[in-house]
Design a protein around this ligand. Structure first.
Ligand code: FAD
Length: 410
């Protein structure tokens, strides 16, 4: 039974995923009256459907971070990613969330020989300039990490972890509620209007008078926040899960149970789940998920899975699903204020950890001057060149062609 939203709150948070719930949890801890408005069920978006990889790092590598932002800011951005994994561990512990969180580490896999050279360079930069050692695994030693001959080496970062995302987001919701936040499902925010120094948030079931607004809608950002929607690229991603594997087969595929992903632009990411299933994702599409795209993607992902693990030929697939990732044009997360409301989004496939961090930091600093010091508030947040979003679908098609070409030639 949906809980009716209050008529007046200090802060209205729009979006009930990891960002919104972490912001609400942190705000409630400050004694702020906060209501979370979620268009569907809590956790309905990417937060419950993702691969559960709690990763260090960003979509762009450490060397690129340094050349784009300079070493000082790059170090802050990178260490925030490491801190974000620690924060997930802290939240899970403090709130007693039963979500199979483990510090299993991640294994990034070189799909081509030249990609291993890239990993070698990144490992040097990480150790020398970020004081963050990672371990290179040459092709000859890869058998200790993965039961597949498809890759040309890899790199292990022991700081990363894995989680059951649906249970994590349910635990965050319970924590926010215990702290005093109210959560309102099936309550889409339809319009934000300034009313003096406050906000009128129009919803399908009435109006809320809010002191501040946080937009935490990530890949599902729509007409309620047009300034943000223009700056985001919603990208579909798809996942399949096998039947539970025998313990021996599971150990053969992934002896250390790491989070794994390859080095292509249209990458595959995969892991064992706690119940022994192989969860295998990828197949980025520049359209939102539908039953038809999920069906097509499941078939393509099965082929991808067999190219990595031919030994799964006779294993049944039991689940397939899709969701929408939130990318900004610079593939970096952003936290800030636009048109008077706050936002945090653009995690580019690293949102399990980074949405936990940015949501929490936004909740802790909102309404004070301190949010402006956040490393992610220092990044320019550009939309498409020419400032126009009318060409977005053409841009996305061109980008898809460009990256699939790069995957073939580089
Ligand atoms: C298939 C897939 C696999 C992924 N794998 C990983 C992974 O392994 N590791 C990783 O770190 N990241 C991964 N990600 C990304 C990660 O899941 C996201 O970055 C993260 O969940 C974003 O959380 P969020 O709370 O900001 O957004 P979301 O969880 O997407 O939540 C946004 C919510 O806003 C709601 N909303 C939108 N508009 C309105 C409105 N007007 N009113 C009210 N509510 C509204 C939506 O219904 C939605 O529930 C994956 C994503 C997908 C789709």
């Amino acid at each position: 039974m949906p809980v009716p939203a209050p008529a007046r709150v200090d802060v209205a948070v729009i979006g009930g995923g990891i960002t919104g719930l972490c912001a609400a949890r942190a705000l409630a801890r400050r004694g702020v009256a906060v209501a979370v408005l979620e268009a569907h069920a809590i956790g309905w978006g990417a937060s419950s459907r993702n691969g559960g990889m709690v990763l260090t790092g960003h979509k762009i590598g450490a060397a690129a971070l340094r050349s784009r932002y300079g070493l000082e800011l790059a170090r802050r951005l990178y260490s925030a990613s490491v801190e974000s994994v620690d924060l997930v561990a802290t939240i899970v512990g403090e709130e007693g969330i039963d979500c199979d969180f483990t510090r299993c580490g991640h294994l990034a896999l070189a799909s081509k020989p030249a990609h291993y050279d890239y990993y070698r360079h990144e490992a040097e930069v990480l150790a020398r300039e970020y004081a963050h050692p990672v371990r290179l695994v040459p092709r000859a030693d890869l058998g200790a990490e993965i039961g597949s001959g498809a890759y040309f080496g890899g790199v292990v970062d022991e700081r990363s972890g894995g989680i059951n995302p649906a249970r994590y987001v349910a635990g965050l919701a319970a924590a926010a509620r215990r702290g005093g936040a109210t959560l309102h499902e099936h309550c889409p925010a339809q319009r934000l209007e300034r009313s003096g120094t406050r906000w009128r948030v129009r919803t399908a079931s009435g109006e809320i008078d809010a002191g501040e607004v946080v937009v935490a809608t990530s890949g599902y950002t729509g007409a309620v926040a047009p300034a943000l929607a223009r700056k985001l690229l919603p990208i579909g991603s798809y996942v399949i899960a096998t039947e539970p594997l025998s313990p021996a087969l599971a150990r053969e595929l992934s002896p250390h149970g790491r989070m794994m992903y390859d080095s292509r632009h249209f990458l595959h990411y995969f892991r064992l789940a706690a119940d022994g299933r192989l969860v295998f994702g990828g197949r980025a599409r520049f359209v939102a998920e539908t039953p038809a795209t999920i069906r097509d993607s499941a078939e393509a992902l099965r082929r991808g899975m067999l190219s990595v693990y031919p030994q799964l030929r006779d294993v049944k697939l039991e689940y397939a699903w899709g969701g929408t990732l939130d990318f900004s044009y610079d593939t970096m997360p952003h936290l800030g204020q636009v048109d008077g409301y706050y936002y945090a989004l653009g995690y580019a496939g690293h949102g399990v950890a980074l949405a936990s961090l940015l949501g929490t930091q936004l909740g802790e600093t909102l309404g004070t001057a301190a949010w402006r010091d956040n490393a992610f508030a220092q990044l320019p947040f550009e939309g498409l060149p020419l400032g126009s979003h009318r060409y977005k679908s053409t841009f996305l098609q061109a980008a898809a062609l460009w990256y699939s070409l790069l995957d073939r030639v580089s």
